[in-house]
Design a protein around this ligand. Sequence first.
Ligand code: ZN
Length: 244
Amino acid sequence: MAGEANIPDDATCLGCGYRLINLPTQTCPECGRAFIPGDPATFRDGTTRRPWPLRAESPPAWQIIVLPALVLLYLYGASAPGGFLASFGGTCLAPLVGMATGAWLVLDFAGRILAILADRHRALLDQGRREKAKWWRWIILPLCVAVVVSVQTHHWPLQVRFRLSQPAFDEAIVQLQNGANPRALRKRTGLFSVLYIHQYKDGATFFQTGNSGWDKAGVVHCPNGKARGQNSKRLGGKWFTEVW
Ligand SMILES: [Zn+2]
């Protein structure tokens, strides 16, 4: 056949490694994967480069573990006043590594889709070999991205964590009003640890729960129900976030 003149002697199947020499067809007799003799990307030919069509597959199992784990860490970070950098004690390295890994996984995901599109004509020639539908592997990354976007728009991990802690913070306000020493209230409060308490002259009370870079981050109780700063977010009742 004319096409087979083009295929190198050492060509092997991308799917299973079978030697593709002197074949009557353009599909691997072992696994049924099609190859195109004039297209060296569709078979392995002794070079060590990884042919791009191997990327035309659903995301691997390890990404199904790593991605949700990264998102869980992100959710935990985003549940702290001052943003998700705050809960790492002002250390940006861990979030940066997480963001870089996330960006890389998104690029990997896009690369797989591009490879599938580019490989689709050859894939139509495959015989009897079809990757079992692993459709659910394709929904993990979009789900994770949707969760991260929802956090960016609605700050719900912080809202949830504070709502669960609000009775303890309300109780601390009552104790301060009854003359308790602020130092005595530097302790576990709801789902947060209070590091420092500052009582403003206008009656507001700030509870530091962490740091955001060089700044103190926490929640503030404003008896007049108005936020003190422009970047404050309302948490419920007379409580707001504050970074200073
Ligand atoms: Zn094969």
